[in-house]
Design a protein around this ligand. Structure first.
Ligand SMILES: NC(=O)c1ccc[n+]([C@@H]2O[C@H](COP(=O)([O-])OP(=O)(O)OC[C@H]3O[C@@H](n4cnc5c(N)ncnc54)[C@H](O)[C@@H]3O)[C@@H](O)[C@H]2O)c1
Length: 371
């Protein structure tokens, strides 16, 4: 036995796959998750049941629940989080940042012999990142203005009003999150690294790009191109693409992400370091919609009607050179992620028509999509 790993949020997508890989490697698995909607319906999902995992239903914001979960473990992978672009700004900090500080608070108070903490952050911390202007100067653009987006001038512009050139995100560049989710993630990263260094608790940060694969709950479709397009395609509804569809994203398969998580636990070179975990290649959202349409054999139309979300970044591609230097590299393609996700959605018999209708109504109510 290699020791016990507490994985928070492992009733969810990335956590459950991480649990499966680490269990296969000989670790004992403990899970803390509150099983709340929209991702869950109050029950442990079938993919974590009956696997010999210790399952604790509790909230990472609650010190008593977290202390119970941390008791007797050797490693922590903190994945539970409040996500997406929603207007209840404070919930991001309550869930993501407070819970991260609780880990270190409980370790210190109880003198717990934790060997490693891994914190799951996001590519979102970079915001729009770094661009090169038409005159060759490097700069960090501000969020595109509402007026610019309403005028459908989607590209990031330099101070000369010319289109600027995107640079892939590097771990040591300036961070500039555009929303509460990204801000809560960077504050959690900073807390984890600071407290980890001060109290000598080895800590690693992973900044995932868009992660794809089975078990990504389709009930929570405020964001995530794969789950939105697949449910729309299977429901025979139009695939709705924001902006003009030419924004670039990088996608990484969950199988590659869990290998990166395992590397963080097992390789001391990752201590007190930050790593991008991405697919290494950019795709336009429009091309990705076409890939989903083709692989799902759908007759749905692809709809580009100028809708946008005001805190979306135009381009997001991570440079993965740093993690590759430790021997990791992405091995799976977006085509495989799409195929695996479609197979899973079909096998679980989700009511995709109901999901698409509901999410449309919900998005309208929340006012997160503009035109
Ligand atoms: N999926 C992606 O593309 C992606 C990209 C970048 C970063 N991340 C990060 O990876 C982590 C895992 O994401 P995921 O895609 O697996 O999400 P997910 O929604 O599938 O899983 C998150 C889990 O956390 C649990 N949770 C949320 N709030 C909780 C609370 N207060 N107490 C206890 N449990 C709680 C949820 O019930 C859920 O099971 C998150 O920290 C997320 O920010 C994900």
């Amino acid at each position: 036995m290699k020791g016990t790993v507490l994985i928070t949020g492992a009733a969810g997508f990335i956590g459950s796959h991480t649990a499966d890989l680490l269990a296969k490697k000989g670790y004992k698995i403990k899970i803390l998750d509150f099983l709340a909607p929209p991702v869950h319906i109050g029950e442990w999902p079938n993919y974590v049941n009956n696997k010999g995992y210790t399952l604790i239903k509790g909230d990472v914001r609650n010190k008593k629940d977290f202390a119970e979960a941390l008791n007797g473990v050797d490693y922590v992978i903190h994945l539970a989080a409040y996500q997406d672009q929603l207007p209840d700004f404070s919930t991001f900090f309550e869930t993501n940042t407070v819970s991260t500080s609780l880990i270190y608070e409980i370790i210190l108070e109880n003198k717990l012999p934790i060997k490693k903490v891994v914190y799951s952050s996001s590519q979102f911390v970079y915001g729009d990142g770094e661009y090169i202007s038409s005159k060759g100067e490097l700069f960090f653009p501000e969020l595109r203005s509402l007026q610019q987006l309403k005028e459908k001038r989607w590209e990031v512009l330099d101070k000369y009003n010319e289109i600027a050139k995107f640079q892939p995100f590097k771990e040591d560049q300036k961070v500039n999150p555009t929303n509460s989710y990204g801000l809560s993630k960077i504050s959690s990263e900073m807390l984890a690294l600071r407290l980890g260094k001060t109290y000598n608790i080895p800590t690693s940060i992973v900044r995932y790009s868009i992660v794809q694969g089975p078990r990504q709950s389709p009930r929570n479709i405020y964001s995530g191109a794969l789950r939105i397009f697949v449910t729309q395609a299977l429901a025979g509804e139009p695939l709705t693409v924001y902006e003009d569809g030419n924004q670039l994203r990088d996608f990484v398969n969950v199988e590659d992400v869990v290998k990166a998580n395992a590397l963080m636990l097992e390789d001391e070179r990752t201590n007190f370091e930050v790593f991008n975990v991405g697919g290494g290649k950019g795709y336009s959202v429009l091309d990705f919609a076409h890939m989903v349409k083709k692989i799902s054999n759908s007759n749905s139309q692809i709809l580009v009607n100028g809708e946008f979300r005001r805190t979306d970044t135009r381009n997001a591609i991570s440079d993965i050179t740093k993690l590759k230097s430790l021997g990791w590299s992405p091995s799976q393609t977006p085509e495989k992620s799409i195929k695996d996700y479609i197979d899973w959605i079909k096998s679980e018999k989700f009511d995709v028509a109901h999901i698409v209708k509901n999410s449309r109504a919900e998005l309208k109510k929340l006012g997160v999509v503009d035109k």
